[in-house]
Design a protein. Structure first.
Ligand code: ZN
Length: 216
């Protein structure tokens, strides 16, 4: 089993709270390097200051979750290799969701690693076309009519129990701050059983707010 062990894990789809119209408006921290670090067990942070990528080793396989922005491929590769793991040893590139800030570097990382890309079936079109259809934060004015399914996802994820959460935006879960606390001597800095519910509650509230705007 991929996510074996005593600690239950999940990783999350990031919620874009602000509309980002052009590349130059992306936050600078999304492409700023930060040192890789171990979270727990064989789970490592290999992303940038503002965008998460995680390397998980389990059962002889190495899985890289998310690639971050297109220009970050070399940076993520360097972080993986700083852990002593050649990028070519990565077996699977696993995507949280097909937005440029998470999927942007996948093509280059796939080329460099030879790994297989695993993603949700619903993201196939976006990945094969290099853009995401129907996202209100990508200058599309309204949500597509799938609100019931979105709400079901909030319920499903909100009911999960997770000791450690790996959010696709580190700021959503204070990942870098937790690493600093852990390094300062708190061995349980990454363990927060309330975090997943808090993130889901915030995401649900943001969704309902956006939906009420779209319905007007
Ligand atoms: Zn994002």
């Amino acid at each position: 089993m991929l996510f074996a062990g005593a600690i239950s894990l999940t990783f999350l789809v990031g919620i874009r709270l602000a509309s980002l119209a052009a590349a130059e408006e992306f936050p600078a921290e999304w492409t700023e390097p930060t040192r890789p670090f171990r979270i727990v067990g064989d789970i490592y942070y290999v992303g940038t200051k503002g965008l998460a990528a995680y390397l998980i080793r389990s059962g002889g396989e190495a899985v890289l979750i998310d690639g971050t922005m297109p220009e970050n491929a070399a940076l993520v590769e360097a972080n993986v290799e700083a852990l002593g793991i050649p990028l070519g040893d990565v077996d699977i590139l696993l995507l949280s969701h097909a937005h440029i800030d998470h999927a942007g570097a996948l093509a280059e990382l796939k080329r460099r690693s030879g790994a297989a890309v695993y993603a949700s079936e619903g993201d196939r079109w976006a990945l094969e076309n290099g853009k995401h259809d129907g996202d209100s934060a990508y200058s599309f004015p309204t949500f597509p009519p799938v609100t019931v399914d979105y709400r079901r996802s909030f319920g499903t994820v909100g009911a999960m129990e997770a000791d450690v959460v790996l959010p696709s935006h580190p700021g959503l879960g204070g990942v870098l701050q937790r690493a600093a606390r852990r390094d300062a001597g708190d061995p349980r800095a990454f363990v927060d059983r309330a975090l997943l519910k808090r993130i889901v509650d915030d995401a649900r509230a943001a969704f309902e707010k956006e939906l009420s705007k779209a319905k007007r």
